[in-house]
Design a protein around this ligand. Structure first.
Ligand code: HEC
Length: 109
């Protein structure tokens, strides 16, 4: 059972990587919000209102406006180390990136 789940997960991840279908039905905005809360909210404002705890970090609302959100998924997977000096080893799993971009889409005006 465990292996089955694992291979489904791997297949899904590969699927996302190969087709580039990030942000498709598989992803979930609520999951993305949770992920952002756990991993990004220390520096970025992740909700619609409020300022970022770390002044240099753009709010997620700004990110959603500034970037084509689907490109952002690729950027997050490949790692934004060059653009993201505060977090040198910043690199997301495809699933997490898909959830996160699904969430970012909900912030778009
Ligand atoms: C330790 C603080 C910190 C954490 C945690 C953090 N960030 Fe950032 N992030 C920053 C700062 C500071 C910048 C602005 C960097 C700059 O403009 O040079 C930034 C910029 C960005 C950018 C814009 C990069 C660009 O090219 O302009 C993205 C996208 C981003 N963060 C995503 C995330 C995501 C997604 C998470 C959570 C998984 C996250 N960050 C967690 C501090 C952080």
């Amino acid at each position: 059972m465990r292996w089955r789940l694992l291979s489904v997960g791997v297949a899904l991840g590969l699927d996302l990587l190969c087709t580039g279908a990030i942000g498709a039905e598989e992803s979930s905005a609520p999951q993305g919000r949770k992920f952002a809360h756990a991993h990004c909210a220390g520096c970025h404002a992740i909700a619609l209102g409020g300022a970022s705890p770390m002044r240099a970090a753009p709010t997620f609302r700004m990110l959603a406006e500034r970037f084509p959100v689907d490109d952002l998924a690729d950027v997050l997977i490949e790692g934004v180390e060059r653009r993201h000096p505060a977090m040198p080893d910043f690199r997301l799993e495809p699933d997490d990136a898909a959830d996160l971009t699904a969430y970012l889409k909900t912030l778009k005006p």
